[in-house]
Design a protein around this ligand. Structure first.
Ligand code: SF4
Length: 363
C-alpha cells in the first residue's frame, strides 16, 4: 500500500466527519498495520532558552510582546541539559526535544553550545530533537553532523488560518525550514495546534499541507491549545476531547507511518480520553510537569496510566513495529493458543522483509 501524497481538503474533511465509531475503527486498523498498538513513546521537552522571543505567535507566552507571568531564562548549559536528559531517560523517555525561543538560529557561540548539547544527548543513546526556529540548509547540516535525529518546526494551522495567529513570519518560511531539514538525514517533526478558533476546514487544510509533503513528516505533534493569560488567545474555549480524538484519528489515517504525538493539552484530558487517542493512533506523549512553559501531567501519573492500559514505553530509534518483532510476538501468542495481538497485512511483510522475504517467496 503506497503512501498517498495527494490528499485533498474535501477527502480529509470526509474522514474527519465520519461517524465516530467508523472513524475510530478505520484509524485503529491502520494504526495496527503500521505500528505496535501497545507501545507509546515517552518524550521529554526541555525549554533550553525561555522567553524573550521577537515573534508574535498568538498562543505563545514566550513572545516578548505579550504580558504574561512567564519567567525567561538564558540558554542552559550543556551540563544542565545532560542532567535533565539523564533524569528523563531514567523515567522512561527515549527522546529529548530541546526548544529555544528564537526567531531563527544564528551562527555563533549559542548555536555551538546547542550542537554540543545534541552531541551529548546523542551519546546517551536517546533520540534528540531540536526546535530552534527557522534554519538554513547549512545549519541543518551542522545539526545533522552533530547527531540530531529530528527537527521540529510546526505548521500550526492551515495556510489560510495561520495568518490570523502569526504575522511575523509566513507559512512559506516554515515550509522552507522543513525543506532545509529534508536536505539532510535529520527526520522532520511538524504538526499543529487545534482550538485557536480555526474551522474544521482549517484543521483539514493543515493535514493537507503535512500529508502532501513527500516524504511525509516522520513525526506529527497534535496539540490542544492551552490558553495563557496575557496572550491574544487567552479566551479560547477548551478543545472538546471528541475533536482531539477525531484529529488524531484523521492524522493517523492520512499519515499511516508517522509517529502521531499527543502533545499539549493533556492536563485537560481524562485518562479515558487519552486512551481513546492511543486507540485512534497516537503513539507518543510528552512527559514532565511542563511542556516548554505550559502545565503537563506528572510523569508518575503517566506511568500509572501506562500500567493501567498495558502500554510499554517505546525504545529509542524504533519508529514502528518491525516485521521481525511482529513475527516473534505473534508466534509467542500463537504458541500459547492465543490470537496474534495485532494484524499485519501481506504487503507490509513483503515490503519490510525486503529481498530476503522475496527470495523465499520465489523459492
Ligand atoms: S512559538 Fe516559538 S517562535 Fe512563536 S513566539 Fe513562541 S517561542 Fe517564539
Amino acid at each position: 500500500m503506497a503512501i498517498k501524497h495527494d490528499w485533498t481538503k474535501e477527502e480529509i474533511l470526509d474522514i474527519y466527519n465520519k461517524p465516530f465509531m467508523e472513524l475510530l475503527y478505520e484509524a485503529a486498523t491502520i494504526h495496527r498495520q503500521h505500528h505496535d498498538p501497545n507501545t507509546v513513546q515517552v518524550s521529554t521537552l526541555l525549554s533550553i532558552k525561555t522567553g524573550g522571543c521577537p515573534e508574535d505567535c498568538g498562543y505563545c507566552p514566550q513572545a516578548a510582546r505579550y504580558h504574561t507571568d512567564l519567567e525567561g531564562n538564558d540558554l542552559m548549559s550543556v551540563n544542565q541539559v545532560k542532567a535533565q536528559a539523564l533524569r528523563a531517560k531514567a523515567s522512561g523517555s527515549s527522546r529529548v526535544c530541546m526548544g529555544a525561543a528564537w526567531r531563527n538560529v544564528k551562527d555563533g557561540e549559542e548555536f555551538d553550545n546547542v550542537l554540543e548539547m545534541v552531541r551529548t544527548i546523542n551519546k546517551l543513546d536517546m533520540e534528540v530533537c531540536c526546535t530552534l526556529g527557522m534554519l538554513t540548509e547549512n545549519q541543518a547540516q551542522r545539526l545533522a553532523e552533530a547527531g540530531l535525529y529530528a527537527y521540529n518546526h510546526n505548521l500550526d494551522s492551515s495556510e489560510e488560518y495561520y495568518k490570523e495567529v502569526i504575522s511575523t513570519r509566513g507559512y512559506q518560511d516554515r515550509l522552507d525550514t522543513i525543506g532545509n531539514v529534508r536536505k539532510t538525514n535529520v527526520t522532520v517533526c511538524s504538526g499543529g495546534i487545534i482550538g485557536m478558533g480555526e474551522s474544521e476546514a482549517d484543521r483539514a487544510g493543515m493535514l493537507v499541507a503535512l500529508s502532501t509533503l513527500n516524504p511525509q513528516p516522520e513525526s506529527v505533534p497534535i496539540n490542544a491549545l492551552v490558553p495563557v493569560e496575557g496572550t491574544p488567545l487567552e479566551e479560547q474555549n477548551p478543545v472538546p476531547i471528541w475533536d482531539m480524538i477525531r484529529m488524531v484519528a484523521t492524522t493517523r489515517i492520512v499519515m499511516p507511518e508517522t509517529q502521531v504525538r499527543l502533545s499539549a493539552g493533556r492536563t485537560q484530558m481524562s485518562r479515558e480520553g487519552q486512551a481513546m487517542c492511543f486507540f485512534a493512533g497516537a503513539n507518543s506523549i510528552f512527559a514532565g510537569d511542563k511542556l516548554l512553559t505550559t502545565p503537563n501531567p506528572d510523569v508518575n501519573e503517566d506511568m500509572e496510566m501506562f500500567k493501567m492500559l498495558g502500554l510499554n514505553p517505546q525504545k529509542a530509534f524504533v519508529k514502528k513495529a518491525q516485521p521481525e518483532s511482529v513475527d516473534a510476538e505473534n508466534s509467542k501468542y500463537q504458541a500459547q493458543g492465543e490470537k496474534p495481538r495485532w494484524s499485519r497485512p501481506e504487503h507490509k511483510i513483503e515490503r519490510n522483509l525486503g529481498a530476503q522475504k522475496k527470495a523465499k517467496t520465489k523459492a
